[in-house]
Write a protein that binds this ligand. Structure first.
Ligand code: ADP
Length: 165
């Protein structure tokens, strides 16, 4: 059985992430989306909230599971019996960082392969930080995040007193 892991901070999940999840789930038997807790120091959503938002969004994909991990990614992968890391690439600017991380992971465990999946051209501009910024300005989030989570993102930004107006 082919099992892949798609790691990230997903703070929050965007339509760009969802696009990578949908395409990965169509070529692997099983896909684990893993919220990595150490990737960002001051996340908007805590680990459990991020997992819940993703779960709601991917409920229709029966071969996708959503978890979180505070361990090294290669350790998590061993536990899930997976040898493939999926990374989405938006632009050349993602490449430097992701290439370095891929080489480090290969040093840590040479049996694990990183596969880069180019972003759909519709979403190359999209990042979780842009979503947070747009939310603070009161922008319509419909073209940025899955509709199932729009209200949660707006409510969270409001509750944190982060709105600009
Ligand atoms: P962000 O930069 O949005 O905070 P994450 O750290 O959550 O993203 O990213 C997790 C993975 O998803 C990374 O492999 C990242 O390159 C990829 N990714 C993020 N946004 C997009 C997008 N719009 N299209 C394709 N891949 C993306």
């Amino acid at each position: 059985m082919s099992i892949a892991v798609y790691p990230g901070s997903f703070d929050p999940i965007t339509l760009g992430h969802l696009n990578i999840i949908r395409r990965s789930a169509s070529v692997f038997d099983e896909l684990y989306v893993c919220v990595m807790v150490n990737a960002e120091k001051n996340p908007l959503f805590n680990r459990d909230e991020r997992v819940e938002l993703i779960k709601r969004t991917v409920a229709k994909y029966k071969n996708v599971k959503v978890e979180s991990s505070s361990e090294l990614l290669v350790e998590y992968m061993k536990q899930r019996n997976s040898k493939v890391i999926i990374k989405g690439l938006r632009a050349v600017s993602d490449f430097d960082k992701e290439f370095q991380i891929a080489l480090i992971n290969r040093k840590l465990d040479p049996s694990i392969q990183t596969l880069f999946m180019p972003s759909s051209e519709k979403y190359t501009y999209l990042s979780s930080s842009a979503v947070k910024e747009m939310t603070r300005y009161g922008a319509d989030l419909g073209t940025f995040v899955p509709h199932e989570i729009i209200d949660d993102v707006v409510a969270k930004v409001k509750n944190e007193g982060m709105m600009f107006k």
